[in-house]
Design a protein around this ligand. Sequence first.
Ligand code: FE2
Ligand code: FE2
Length: 322
Amino acid sequence: MTTQATTGDAEARLQEHFDATIGRDQRIEPRDWMPDGYRRTLIRQIAQHAHSEIIGMQPEGQWITRAPSLRRKAILLAKVQDEAGHGLYLYSAAETLGADRAELTEMLIDGRQKYSSIFNYPTLTFADVGVIGWLVDGAAICNQVPLCRSSYGPYARAMIRICKEESFHQRQGYELLLTMMRGTDAQREMVQDAVNRWWWPSLMMFGPPDDASPNSARSMAWKIKRHSNDELRQRFVDMTVPQAEKLGVTLPDPELRWNDERGHYDFGAPDWDELRRVISGDGPCNAERIARRRAAHEEGAWVREAAAAYAAKRAAGRRAAA
Ligand SMILES: [Fe+2]
Ligand SMILES: [Fe+2]
């Protein structure tokens, strides 16, 4: 009885300390006490984010061998490698919460964990590389800049570096599109076609509308998430419309127009049924993406084994020396 009461008191004090830390906008660090729900939510979100970076290498990676010049190939190669790096920082951040990276990879491959719906769409032309940089990395920036102030220290710190690289990704995409728009009619048509295909999936990257996003409120209270899905989507549209005008492309939304009263652009609703289908595994490339990830994991088994054997040998050497 006494022990239970004491444990209860201790737990309440820990919870109070946690709430106060969040309330003061300070960071929660790996060794700090945290509620189980906070830990579970973070592991799920960070893992999903890491998986997205790694799966996100595929749609553009397919164009590395077909890049139109050495310069474009070098840029694309660097960009795709950056995404691998983002995945690695994020898996490391998830490990600080006690998650096991091998297990997270298993959960991705067998479909128990998700990744961003956007990477289940095909890349049909080289203009898609530019549009992904401009719109997809652009949307990622809107989503991720507020995460630099996320309440969990390792996640927030990983996001600072990731965001710097994402802004390079966005600029390289936009620069590629500007170049194509100064080219031939056929190139301009390629850009417009890619914009038509990627616009709505990019808006879906912010997730379902706020009234259909039940976990958001909890994440906002914990300051894991800083703005609602709809706020971020609006911010993305407001940022992107002037860029589309400068580029000379039309965004495929007849409802898109400036609203003087709101001081924002009004825009149409994405096809939420499509988002649900793609998230639940029925998008154009879901099966292909997972099959490729699984094959890469299996083909890389010997590298993991060699690295583990080398680390064990080094550790044994250090023990013998001591
Ligand atoms: Fe990234
Ligand atoms: Fe990126």
